[in-house]
Design a protein around this ligand. Structure first.
Ligand SMILES: Cc1cc2nc3c(=O)[nH]c(=O)nc-3n(C[C@H](O)[C@H](O)[C@H](O)COP(=O)(O)OP(=O)(O)OC[C@H]3O[C@@H](n4cnc5c(N)ncnc54)[C@H](O)[C@@H]3O)c2cc1C
Length: 500
């Protein structure tokens, strides 16, 4: 599939705006339903794939046990069968996680579609040529000779975002879907009958592409510093962007301009601890490796040398998306994560890349002088108090919330509290990396965009990051790709029915 390279593309059944995971799932689904599809993508071809390209491939779906896993991962080896306890992650657990993490704000209709559609969609995505494999070391550790999964995410997309996209682009190509690169959408063409197409810039010229239906799948506003400051608040303009530079909120803006309802948590976003020296936007050669998610096995200190969150409140997959934003509230907008040799082997590959901001020392005194920007006396006091508050009678177990909790600190560490007493000590300097924004458009149960009166806008559908209402305050890892796939499929199907 390539850019058509000519100006004659002026009409399609379905026009999909964007070419990330949600857009591709929508394009494939619309094609399955017999529609002729064109995709327009703001990025050049060599930077295609949006945020989806940057993902590690965590993919959250509900399953009831090994039989369900086998239907998605049939080539499991005997060895894996023996040594992996996949457990289960029921729809009820998925609902509980979504309700709990969003403080019961997630939209009831959307979450129902997401959770109930997740297993079927995992099977569907496999049928599109995407391979899923066990996420060992990320969501399961080996304890007593066996890997045991906690909290879902048993299977990840093999090869992460790049392999996901390779498979989806190939599938779309097999259906004859055309992608016009370097073709940003500028405006929705709209009249009393609904949406008729999109005004775009293509090869330096403004032109109109008409369609029976338009599917917006062009991401949130995380890459737009002005919108971040406007909606997320002070200092968010200074955050680094983990992914694509192209998600500037244009899809949301174009829809609001024609009367769509703003919906969801506009002042909320997904953000994580991110290497302080990372570039301002994602680097395609590094992917998600600037992220630093293993703080539950150490401590985090700010410029005063103080701990400021409960690093062990929950598994990282339940805290990482909100703890990123806490860094922006700290003096100097940075933090250091500190580990010792008790747990260093548990850290993910991201802690061993070459482009890393790191300090190592054999004593805490030596480390305190190396932690750039940190008050050494504050740090040493924190370490003394933290080490003294760690329990000795509760065994450490990274596979469960082990209840190994400090006692008597202003901010206790609720699980995995080991004293930092086994040098060398290793420290990693991080700041906030914004992943994606939570506010967006309101869609109905057919993925059709609603206007400010609650009526569906004829001809306009949406999926992926720019849908509002699913995520508030926090996020369960692996839900972004799944929601893009579930609602992408739905939008493709609904839009093609609308077109007919
Ligand atoms: C570093 C990183 C790691 C992540 N890891 C995971 C993970 O492991 N699991 C998970 O579930 N989620 C993960 N996520 C979140 C996940 O990437 C998103 O939830 C998901 O990919 C969003 O898909 P999307 O299709 O909505 O948006 P995108 O993939 O961002 O696609 C949007 C597309 O729209 C294009 N576009 C924007 N504006 C316009 C315009 N005006 N005209 C035309 N095109 C436009 C963009 O160029 C882009 O290609 C991660 C994100 C990042 C950044």
């Amino acid at each position: 599939m390539q850019d058509s390279g000519n100006d004659s593309v002026t009409e399609a059944d379905i026009l999909v705006v964007g070419a990330g995971n949600a857009a591709l799932c929508a394009a494939i689904s619309a094609s399955e339903n017999g529609a002729r599809v064109i995709m327009i993508e703001a990025a050049p071809e060599d930077s295609r794939g949006g945020n989806s390209f940057f993902t590690g491939g965590a993919f959250r779906f509900a399953f009831n046990g090994i039989e369900d896993i086998l239907s998605i991962y049939p080539d499991i080896s005997e060895e894996e069968r023996k040594n992996i306890d996949f457990g289960s992650y029921t729809e009820d657990q998925y609902f509980d996680d979504m309700f709990d993490l969003t403080e019961f704000r997630t939209d009831a209709d959307l979450v129902e579609i997401l959770v109930r559609g997740s297993f079927e969609t995992a099977k569907w995505i496999r049928e599109q040529g995407v391979r899923l494999v066990p996420g060992l070391g990320r969501q399961a550790y080996k304890v007593d000779g066996k890997f045991k999964f906690w909290g879902g995410l048993a299977l990840h997309i093999w090869g992460g975002g790049p392999e996901l996209l390779k498979a989806l682009f190939a599938k779309a190509e097999s259906y004859g879907v055309k992608v016009l690169y370097e073709t940003p959408a500028l405006k929705l063409l709209h009249d009393d009958g609904g949406v008729r197409g999109v005004r775009v810039r293509h090869q330096g010229k403004t032109q109109d592409i008409t369609a029976k239906a338009v599917i917006l799948a062009c991401g949130g506003f995380e890459s737009n510093a002005e919108m971040r400051a406007r909606y997320l608040g002070p200092n968010w303009d200074l955050a680094k962007v983990r992914g694509t530079r192209f998600n500037t909120g244009k899809g949301i803006e174009m829809a609001l301009d024609i009367g769509a309802l703003p919906y969801g948590h506009y002042s909320g976003c997904h953000s994580v601890a991110w290497d302080v020296s990372a570039p301002p936007f994602g680097d395609l050669t590094i992917g998600d490796h600037f992220q630093k998610h293993n703080y539950p096995y150490g401590i985090i200190v700010n410029a005063n040398g103080d701990r400021y969150v409960d690093e062990g409140a929950d598994f990282h997959s339940h805290t990482y998306a909100k703890y990123g934003g806490e860094i922006l509230k700290q003096p100097g907008l940075f933090a250091w994560q500190i580990f010792d040799q008790r747990t260093i082997h548990l850290l993910r590959d991201e802690y061993r890349i070459r482009r890393i901001t790191k300090a190592t020392a054999n004593t805490h005194e030596e480390l305190s002088e190396k932690l750039e920007g940190v008050d050494p006396r504050g740090y040493l006091k924190t370490i003394r108090e933290f080490n003294a508050a760690c329990p000795t009678d509760v065994p450490f177990d990274p596979n469960i919330k082990d209840g190994r909790r400090t006692d008597g600190l202003a901010i206790n560490k609720s699980n995995w509290a080991n004293p930092l007493d086994t040098p060398p000590y290793e420290a990693f300097r991080v700041t906030t990396g914004v992943t994606f924004t939570f506010g967006g458009l309101k869609i109905d149960i057919r993925a059709q965009v609603e206007d400010t009166t609650g009526a569906p806008i004829p001809g306009l559908f949406a999926c992926g990051e720019l849908v509002g209402g699913l995520f508030y305050h926090n996020y369960a890892s692996g839900t972004g790709l799944m929601s893009g796939a579930v609602f992408g499929r739905l939008a493709g199907e609904s839009a093609s029915k609308h077109g007919k």
